[in-house]
Design a protein around this ligand. Structure first.
Ligand code: GDP
Length: 194
């Protein structure tokens, strides 16, 4: 039994991506960021898990990001034995702007913090930069370099193509991510799974 978990903010395209990759619908409710329970798709021995999205939820005092963060961390701790990798999905066109907004308030952006957590927990983490269809082709390299730099990875991003996948779930352009997942499963001698 192996598991791949998907993490990311609400609205980055996590469920569109999982649907594209697995052919199964994962989202339960329509309102973004409401559910706090991970949802699963099972592909024979491979469990694909959509973790709750970080975001704000009205009516709850504590920031939802903190609740979700705790959920993700305890989920990983509980299921560490079977978790092969995490895919962190970000919204490519807006990522840097969102991070800078947090930085201007002297706060650590949730994505940056979560990325750090995952590596501290020893989880092999892949960054899926989604919505690249909204980025002009000649700006894509620069955008990706800026994103990885914000996450503490030394650009150019092309040095890290085994862990960074520019994709568009909407356009069905997900090959870079599929290749990385296949490589990890190959390393586990489970090419049959995906
Ligand atoms: P989730 O909240 O992260 O699960 O995000 P969803 O999968 O529900 O997608 C949120 C919104 O982003 C929807 O309106 C999607 O159609 C849109 N979206 C998802 N992937 C892409 C993409 O690759 N490109 C563009 N332009 N929009 C996307």
């Amino acid at each position: 039994n192996l598991e791949i978990i998907f993490v990311g903010r609400s609205n980055v395209g996590k469920s569109s991506l999982i649907r594209k990759l697995t052919g199964h619908k994962v989202k339960v409710g329509k309102r973004p960021g409401v559910t706090l329970i991970p949802t699963h798709v099972r592909l024979s021995d491979l469990l694909v898990t959509d973790m709750p999205g970080f975001g704000f939820m009205s009516g709850i005092k504590e920031r939802k990001q903190d609740i979700v963060k705790d959920k993700v961390v305890s989920y990983i701790e509980t299921n560490a034995d079977r978790i092969l990798m995490a895919v962190m999905v970000v919204d490519g066109p807006v990522f840097v702007e969102v991070v800078e907004r947090w930085e201007s308030r002297d706060e650590i952006p949730i994505d940056v913090e979560m990325f750090g957590f995952l590596s501290e927990l020893g989880i092999d983490t892949v960054l899926a930069v989604n919505k690249t269809d909204k980025v002009k082709e000649k700006e894509l390299d620069r955008t990706l370099d800026d994103i990885v730099e914000k996450l503490g990875i030394l650009p150019p991003w092309r040095q890290w193509m085994d862990m960074i996948a520019p994709i568009s779930a909407k356009k069905g352009q997900v090959k870079p991510l599929v290749s990385i997942i296949r490589q990890r499963l190959h390393d586990e001698k489970r090419d049959d799974l995906f």
